[in-house]
Design a protein around this ligand. Structure first.
Ligand code: FES
Length: 146
């Protein structure tokens, strides 16, 4: 009995809630009970490369496709260029940013913020803009940085 009490005492909150059966959305809802804004810090300074021959990135061979790598949305735009932005939306810092190929913009699946490819907000929820990264292509290696 003492052993159980001690292990609960040393568990962090995440482990404790998971042990109680909370996970996924339910776990997030508990974390958000005091207000969700800023609960995940945006990741800003990055510099990494991906190998476009890797099947994980097959979506980037199709115009309009995108993948999320290291919290960055990497897009092969409908006009055949690479683009990249943080996955964290500036509305409430939720990781909801996707590429909307039908409009060639970024949109957030959480509450509908919209941004153009330069990161400029296109509606009220997008008014704080979106962090954009640079891309450069050398052979099959795409560098994402900024
Ligand atoms: S987090 Fe609210 S619109 Fe993206």
């Amino acid at each position: 009995m003492l052993h159980h009490a001690a292990s609960f005492f040393f568990m962090n909150r995440n482990e404790f809630l998971k042990k109680l059966g909370f996970k996924g959305a339910a776990l997030m809802a508990l974390y958000c009970s005091g207000g969700c804004e800023h609960h995940l810090p945006p990741v800003y300074d990055i510099d990494f490369t991906i190998d476009l021959t890797n099947s994980e990135y097959a979506s980037l061979k199709i115009k309009g496709g995108f993948v999320v790598v290291n919290y960055v949305v990497i897009v092969y735009t409908t006009d055949g260029k690479f683009a990249a932005a943080t996955v964290y939306c500036s509305h409430q810092y939720l990781p909801g940013i996707e590429y909307d190929y039908s409009r060639n913009i970024y949109s957030c699946s959480e509450h509908g913020a919209e941004f153009d490819l330069s990161g400029k907000g296109l509606n009220d929820r997008g008014k704080n803009g979106l962090k954009i990264y640079q891309t450069s292509l050398k052979g099959n290696t795409l560098r994402v940085y900024g």
